[in-house]
Design a protein around this ligand. Structure first.
Ligand code: USQ
Length: 402
């Protein structure tokens, strides 16, 4: 089976590529190094060092004996997308290649536009390429649980049965996303659903919660196979950030009351969910949505778990929330489809938090505590970061991957 992993140099794309390769799939990785470019732009870096894509792939081939094909290019370049599909001939395309940090998309107008153009145009080029190349190709797309927001009713998997004035239909679940990034995923969902309907292509949207953790069986085989670990205020997510804050003696940065509740997922379950989606493809014309998370926690609970798991003293600090979001709310989201396909989840336990703290402890000399406090304010229409010059499309791809 040929599987093309778009964004295969990123935090989750890389471990997914290795996981699929180790299980005998022929894997191709597409990337333009945009993720590495955001670090350069923001002046931050991954806690755990990573080597460049070509070195990673060569190391994987030595360690496993399996080759991974590399395609360097940008999904907003339609000719590149068409050419890559024609030459690799995938059975499935796994699409991680999007700007995925909510704070990055809220820096200013330029970053909001970049995020939405990059994500939405890239995905639309991909839909056209699949429709023109081979409509049997199964698109497995990384969506987000954040598309739904935090409604005061249960969240379903993609669709909701609605009865209105005596008539009933099953419609796309209402969306109330919380950032221009999350909105870009909503726009993608609409485009994919439409493409499935008009061209009869097949797609699975994996609406993923917040991923925590760092190592997978494959990335642990050699230090050069490590994936990135973000802890800065733009790209780091709550639990990973709290662990780095604890080991560096920084107070844990809970925004507002900390009652914001989210679905979370162990990094070990990310590639497993992707593989389940690939092995059980959607039907032709079907746009299928799976909610991908294995437990839900409030931000305050995550902070308390880190404080309890760390050997030294930890302070939890509640600062005004830089985002516009409900700080206390109802949250219950369905997530049965992947379990029904056979997912055996790795749950968030005190042992898992301690192992995450141990990774942070090992690499804490790399941590830059100046990168921890939030700099992006949702209520403002620009910020001091706007002087950074903006996203650096293309330049890093040439320097680091070429
Ligand atoms: N938060 C804090 N303190 C921090 C960082 C975050 O209290 O230091 C809070 C935020 O205000 C928010 C919650 O923690 O209420 C989650 O924020 P996050 O930065 O951990 O995650 P988020 O911005 O929601 O985005 C992440 C990924 C994104 C993915 C999403 C899934 O970056 O790609 O789509 O999780 S979900 O949250 O379900 O939308």
């Amino acid at each position: 089976m040929n599987i093309l992993v778009l964004g295969g140099d990123g935090h989750l794309g890389w471990p997914t590529a290795l996981y699929l390769s180790r299980r005998g799939r022929h894997v191709g990785v597409v990337d333009n190094s945009a993720r590495r470019g955001y670090d350069l732009e923001m002046g931050v870096h991954t806690l755990v060092p990573i080597v460049d894509l070509q070195h990673r792939v060569r190391r994987w081939s030595e360690v496993s004996g399996d080759a991974i094909d590399v395609f360097v290019g940008d999904l907003t370049d339609a000719a590149f997308v068409n050419g890559t599909l024609a030459s690799f001939r995938p059975d499935a395309v796994v699409h991680f290649a999007e700007q995925r940090a909510a704070p990055y998309s809220m820096i200013d107008r330029q970053h909001a536009v970049y995020t939405q153009v990059d994500n939405v145009v890239g995905t639309r080029n991909l839909l056209y390429a699949i429709a023109e190349h081979d409509r049997d190709v199964h698109l497995v797309k990384l969506g987000t649980l954040g598309e739904y927001g935090t409604p005061d009713i249960d969240i379903e998997e993609g669709y909701l049965e609605i009865t209105h004035r005596g008539r009933t239909d099953i419609l796309a679940y209402p969306k109330q996303p919380g950032s221009f990034y999350h909105l870009s995923k909503v726009h993608d969902s609409h485009n994919i659903m439409f493409a499935c309907r008009i061209w009869g292509i097949r797609a699975t949207d994996l609406n993923q919660g917040i991923v925590y953790g760092h190592e997978t069986e494959e990335t642990a085989l050699h230090p050069d196979l490590a994936t990135r670990f973000d802890y800065d205020s733009v790209s780091g997510t709550a639990l990973d950030r709290f662990c780095v804050q604890a080991v560096t003696g920084h107070p844990l940065t809970v925004y507002g009351s900390g009652g914001q509740t989210r679905g979370v997922l162990n990094i070990l379950d990310t590639p497993a969910c992707v593989e389940l989606g690939v092995l059980h493809p959607a039907d032709r014309g079907e746009f299928r949505v799976f909610n991908r998370f294995t437990g839900s926690f409030s931000v305050a609970q995550l902070a308390e778990m880190v404080a309890a798991g760390h050997r030294g003293p930890v302070t939890i600090e509640h600062s005004p929330d830089p985002r516009v979001e409900k700080e206390e709310h109802y949250y219950r989201a369905a997530h049965t489809e992947l379990l029904a396909l056979g997912l055996v989840p790795h749950l968030l336990t005190p042992t898992v938090v301690r192992s995450l703290l141990a990774v942070c402890e090992r690499h804490k000399e790399n941590a830059d505590v100046d990168a921890i406090l939030p700099t992006v304010q949702w209520r403002e229409t620009s910020s001091t970061l706007a002087t950074s010059g903006g996203p650096v499309r293309g330049t890093v791809a040439a320097a680091e991957v070429g």
